[in-house]
Design a binder for this molecule. Sequence first.
Ligand code: BTN
Length: 253
Amino acid sequence: MTREPDLPGDFHLHRLDAVDSTNAEAKRRAAQGAPDGTVIQADAQTAGRGRQGRAWDSPPGNLYCSLLLRPDCAPGVAVQAGFLTALAAGEAVARHLPPEVAVQYKWPNDLLVDGAKVAGILLETGIDKTGKVDWLVIGLGINVAWHPPDAPYPTASLVAAGADEVSAAGVLAAYCASFAVWRRRWREFGFEPIRRAWLAKASGIGKTVRVRLENEELTGIFADLDPGGALILETAAGERRRISAGDVFPAAA
Ligand code: BTN
């Protein structure tokens, strides 16, 4: 493993040619006592993982990174970091794209450009004996040069969306710089500024959406994001359902 020059915002980069999964590597390092701010980046992953046990195809050319934090908080609070990550990744992506390209957040933690998925986030936590978070690993995959052609939803890459002169290293540096700023806001003001910034560019907000849960599918209006990061769905029966895990799709799709 090589130790690279440090990233902005007190992050310490460990760059690898290839690894099974940067999340798995960050978790191994967490178990060995690696500090807050450890960043694992790989040029390729042989067993990249997505949410809900899905695989994340990881050929060279894209950004695969995992950030290890020691946030000293309850697990319910750590969930908020996914939205903070989406904001930081969204800013990094927008910095590399023409201004007319729309960058949006898709609940819970995806990033869209012009409606197509360009990035995904995978949060994993380890809990200590007192019930607090011992470590939080935030995995981020950004399609820089390549995007999967056969996914069950539209996908995009930064290059396909019009980015010029873009590299995984450049996007990582921009992401870490934004992450440091949002993390300071989170510490100082809590989740509310993150929630508001995320909602301002949320895909499907105020619209009818389908939400696929483990055992059922619901349709309703995506009304809000609650203080715990759950999606609030208003059903036709007038119920307000609080959804904490699932996949969201436009109602017509
Ligand atoms: C998703 O949208 O399902 C989440 C995808 C997360 C992929 C990233 S790539 C870097 C890190 N390592 C992994 O194995 N997964 C995450």
